[in-house]
Structure formats: C-alpha cells, structure tokens
Write a protein of this length. Structure first.
Length: 237
C-alpha cells in the first residue's frame, strides 16, 4: 500500500501540486497586501519588491503577450507528456523531481496569465488589488500579468569615477525581480544540465511500443528481401 502511495507518479503529482500552491499563496499575499512597486526590506541584499510583468521569467519580454501565453501552454503540455512517459519508463528519481519542478514553475506563471486578469482588480501605486467576480478583472483571458516579488541586489554600489565610460554610474549585481515559479524553473534547469545530461541527450517523444513495432517490421522486411533474392538465384540456376 505504501509503495503505491509513494511511487514516482504519485510523488511527481504531489510535488507539482505543492509547488503550485506555494507559488500562488505567495503571489496572492503580495498582490492583495502590497501596492505596486512597494518594497519591504528583509536584509541589505534581499527585498520583497512587488512588480508585475507581461514577459517571461525574470521580467524578460521579447514576443507578443498572447503568443507568449500560448507558447507557455504548449510547453507545459509537452513537459507534462514527457514527464508521464518518463515515470512509466522508470526514470531516475532525481530526473522525475527536476521535471516536476520544471512543470510546476511553468504552470505557476500560466495561472497568472490565464486567471489573474479575470479575478483581480488592477494593482497601482496607490490602490491594493482585490478579488472581483470572474470576468470583471483588469485584463482579458491570456493577458493577465505575472506577479514578481523576490529582489536580491547582492551588490548595490557606484562604479569608481576613474572607470572609463561607466565611471560613477549606479551598479547593481543581480537586479532581476522574480517569483517562486521562476526559482523552480531555474533550479530544475541547472540540476538537469549538471546531473542528467545523459537523459537529456536521449529525449524522445516516440513511444517504446512504436519503436518495437518498427524494429520487428524492419526484421520482417529484411527476411522477405532475403527470400526474394534466394528465389531469383534459384531461377537463374
């Protein structure tokens, strides 16, 4: 019984659900209790800084919002199918965990894009957002903004005046503001590249059953060709 409850498929589902819940709790708490661009100092190098963006992870934007949201949905679908097949295949625990984190991170930001514009009032520098009836929010479906809040200005200083071109300018090391879902994506990608390069090199979305069928078909075809060749040789003799 315990083995069934804690098999790889169950753990993957529970992990994805847990990470999604944590991500959404943090975002909803920030969005409903902080003004836009408000910041709370935790330490000199860590702030809770509330911003919203329409782009990808860490606030990057280089494609249309609708296209980006649709791309995210396709990506989550592909990752989910691949994770399901890896679980059935018996992939290593670490690989399953990393894929689950990647799926949860991508899914967390999709929830913002699909739902937040429908269920929240706008966040501004002077008003707090609050829940509204579905469809009465600040944006249509697919156009919701992603909530970011983690800011780590590890080094915040001014460059020396003697430095050519940039001398005297304000410099911040690691200025992106991100959320919990972005963290899940980044950690999983780094772990996959460091520890699971063999699995990444073997990525395939063709089923094992189809591979066996093709292999058997190839053997059968080879036997038929050999028989035809033998018949032609006998006729010539």
């Amino acid at each position: 019984m315990a083995a069934r409850l804690f098999n790889k498929g169950s753990v993957a589902c529970l992990l994805v659900l847990l990470l999604l819940v944590v991500d959404q709790i943090i975002k909803i708490e920030v969005k409903t209790n902080m003004f836009l661009h408000e910041s709370v100092r935790v330490t000199d190098w860590f702030y809770i800084y509330f911003i919203e963006n329409e782009g990808m992870a860490y606030g990057m934007t280089f494609i249309n919002k609708l296209v980006l949201t649709l791309f995210r949905i396709i990506a989550v679908t592909v990752i989910g199918v691949y994770l399901f097949r890896q679980v059935r295949k018996g992939a290593r625990w670490g690989y399953v965990v990393c894929l689950s984190m990647l799926l949860a991170g991508a899914g967390g930001n999709i929830i913002d894009c699909l739902c937040y514009g429908q269920v929240f009032s706008p966040s501004t520098n002077f008003t707090l957002a609050h829940f509204v009836p579905w469809g009465e929010g600040y944006a249509p479906v697919f156009y919701g903004k992603v909530v970011d809040m983690f800011y780590f200005p590890i080094i915040d200083t001014y460059l020396p005046d003697w430095l050519p071109i940039w001398g005297g300018e304000h410099f911040i090391f690691f200025s992106p503001i991100f959320n919990f879902a972005d963290s899940c994506i980044s950690v999983s990608v780094v772990a996959l590249l460091l520890f699971f390069r063999r699995e990444l090199g073997e990525i395939s979305f063709s089923s094992q059953k189809e591979g066996k069928s093709d292999e058997n078909g190839g053997e059968k075809e080879g036997i038929e060709v050999e028989n035809v060749t033998n018949e032609e040789t006998n006729n010539q003799d």
